[in-house]
Write a protein that binds this ligand. Structure first.
Ligand SMILES: [Zn+2]
Ligand SMILES: [Zn+2]
Length: 337
């Protein structure tokens, strides 16, 4: 094995450079993973747009691959795995002690604090690895962390069987929330709202009962019309669109729960007795997400709309941001090429 690898690094806003980097040497307790596919997520796009974070760090955190070496854990070598990108928490602060490691102030992520997955190899602590079944494709495996976030977030509050749900934003996360609401949490009606006819149609295929195109229709009017003026019990906001976020109380039923899965202030109406929830991290939902995909319950294959070799990563990110054709859902970088 040569001692260097190809890696993509953001060197300035909206600029990637493919560099030769030393292959990481796994510390005791860590494994070296040969990356197969690495997904592009909203966080990566933000890093790329503004060149935030440590510029020398290799970005990327949603990936799968094969264990190339695992000192002291030979049985792992050759296993196909996915991994939790939150590689560190302190283990003894108030929040870690309560089991909420995802909000530990010392938390560290692949691709943000340490070198990530847009490279041929990445080092990952062994206790963050999740072996995948032989039947699982790399495409499905690359989606596990992308599903783990929505699974974790969905568990912030109790879902009652037969409720109505509105999912705002038919991106990869929104399309997973649609499936979770319908197939796992027993929603009676799931309304999906967004601006891309292509993604809304995909949402209908994946289980949405109705769609609202917010380019042509006012969201709250459309949702009220679809629910007989009552509004929905659960709103899942994934767009970060400021105007849309302020409109939320108008489509909420009394006592509705609102899940904010994007950043920014969100509309609130105390007289409607709304509850608003946020979420970050996915450590404790990696295995459930893996199992949901392995069992075929949640479908992720159709969400991968674009695939690029590492050398074309800049084009991949520009396509994700521009989305000129409105058909982008999720891009992956293929490290096997
Ligand atoms: Zn992500
Ligand atoms: Zn801690």
């Amino acid at each position: 094995m040569t001692s260097t690898m190809r890696a993509a690094v953001i060197t300035a806003a909206q600029h990637f450079e493919i560099q030769q980097r030393a292959i990481p040497v796994p510390a005791p307790g860590s494994a070296l993973i040969a990356v197969a596919l690495a997904g592009i997520c909203g966080g990566d796009l933000q890093q790329y747009r503004r060149a935030t974070g440590a510029l020398a760090t290799i970005p990327g955190h949603e990936a799968c691959g094969t264990v190339a070496s695992a000192p002291g854990h030979a049985a792992l070598e050759g296993r196909r795995v996915v991994f939790d990108p939150q590689v560190h928490w302190c283990g003894h602060c108030e929040w870690c002690a309560k089991g909420h490691t995802e909000v530990c102030a010392q938390r560290r992520y692949l691709g943000a604090h340490v070198d990530g997955t847009f490279a041929q190899f990445v080092a990952v602590p062994i206790d963050r690895l999740y072996p995948i079944p032989d039947s699982m494709t790399w495409e499905e495996a690359a989606s596990v962390h992308g599903l783990a976030g929505p699974v974790f977030a969905s568990q912030r509050f109790v879902h009652h069987i037969g409720e109505t749900v509105a999912v705002l934003g038919p991106g990869a996360a929104g399309l997973l929330f649609v499936q979770l609401a319908k197939k796992c949490f027993g929603a009676s009606t799931v309304i999906l709202a967004g601006r891309s006819a292509h993604r809304l149609a995909l949402g209908m295929q994946l289980g949405a009962d109705a769609v609202v195109n917010t380019l042509t229709d006012k969201l709250s009017d459309a949702v009220l019309a679809l629910t007989g003026g009552r509004g929905v019990d659960v709103i899942i906001e994934t767009t970060g669109n400021v105007q849309l976020r302020q409109e939320l109380p108008a489509l909420a039923a009394l006592r509705a729960r609102v899940l904010s899965y994007a950043t920014g202030p969100i509309g609130f109406d105390s007289l409607k007795c709304l509850s608003v929830f946020g979420s970050t991290g996915a450590t404790r939902s990696m295995q459930p997400a893996l199992d949901l995909i392995a069992s075929g319950r949640i479908v992720t294959g159709p969400l991968i709309s674009h695939r690029y070799p590492l050398d074309d990563i800049q084009q991949a990110f520009d396509t994700a941001i521009g989305d000129a054709k409105g058909d982008y859902v999720k891009g992956v970088i293929d490290l096997t090429q």
